[in-house]
Write a protein that binds this ligand. Sequence first.
Ligand code: 3PG
Ligand code: MG
Length: 418
Amino acid sequence: MAKLTVRDLNLRDKRVFVRVDYNVPMEEKDGQMVINDDTRIKETLPTLSLLIQQGAKLILASHLGRPKGKREPSMSLRPVAAKLADLLGCAVAFVDDCIGDKAEKTALALKPGDVLLLENVRYYSEEEANDAVFSEKLAKTAEAYVNDAFGSAHRAHASTEGVARVVAQRGGPCAAGLLMERELKFLGEELDKPARPFVVILGGAKVSDKIQVIDRLLEKADTILIGGAMAYTFRLAQGHEIGKSLVETDKTEVAKSALAKAQARRVQFLLPTDDVIANPVKTDKLDKKGKPVIEWQNVRVNSELNGPKDAAGLDVGPATVKTYREVVLEAKTILWNGPMGLFEDARFAEGTFAVARAVAQATQQNGAKSIIGGGDSVKALNQAKLGKQVTFMSTGGGASLEFLEGKVLPGVAALTDK
Ligand code: 3PG
Ligand code: MG
């Protein structure tokens, strides 16, 4: 059902609780947290500018990271307030709490067009519990609710769901922001009636993460191209040797039924025919999670469907790249989610970057509509400097996957029907 959007409203003089997704990647540099990628902040500017123009009083709320109910200083939104002020070109007030006296007083003192950013809502465990009392506290001064946090819309938390209910009970409007509206348009409407051929490219580590998406897209797509480690679960299901490749041995039946469904529905379902493999060698070094760092040695192309016992597949090979590229260049609608290999390592990046180039070319030269389902594919496109050459890049990771699975997102469901 169509939802109210900010364009349907005039929120002059109203205090508007705006849920944004400022869960941006950060890094510590010289004792300070700095933002690595401000895409999610930039993408909310159209909504914020519209509300500012309308003369609304903006109370922005977001989570950052997973502090699990604790005041984790490295997950403070304070640096985001400074960044937002830069990008908006106006002052952004910041309160180091999201509820309580100080937050309320500052909200009540806002003038039309003023912007306030509250501290991380996940400093309270009640946020993720979608606690009713906490929602009331968050919504204390709000007269309207706007959700522009598509990336968090799959969470039924206080700021994404509970606050909307409180505001609605008071008779206030609950509307989608412009970013939320765009995400729903591209990942929803545009893929419901795609121009054909409709080609879907799915990658990433696990079949289990993508199986529901595969199942749903098998009902819509003309071709599905598979890459990433999840290809090895399919290979195993087909009876091939996969050596030391990442695999989900308990998901081969799931893979088999996807292959059967593809055949029954006459969907072209392509798996890699060659790959780039290497031998894993454990080192003494530990990664951020405390696991031993693996070094990859003896990198080579494997043109067999069976891989050697001592090696793992880390990227699709050149023959696969060639085939996938040809298919992508024929497409009129493209959906891409998930990298083709371990693209963080330059030796295993070519498959992912070649797909990125093909998707950009199909869009620019053939007029294909290309929709990128968030997460690592967006990162890869940006690394290849091709982000501006596709039709749409989602700001959601988990949210875009759940939406593509056909799930109702709680953050959307809570908004006022038109
Ligand atoms: C994300 O980046 O996936 C969203 O901001 C939601 O965060 P979460 O996965 O910690 O709920
Ligand atoms: Mg997530």
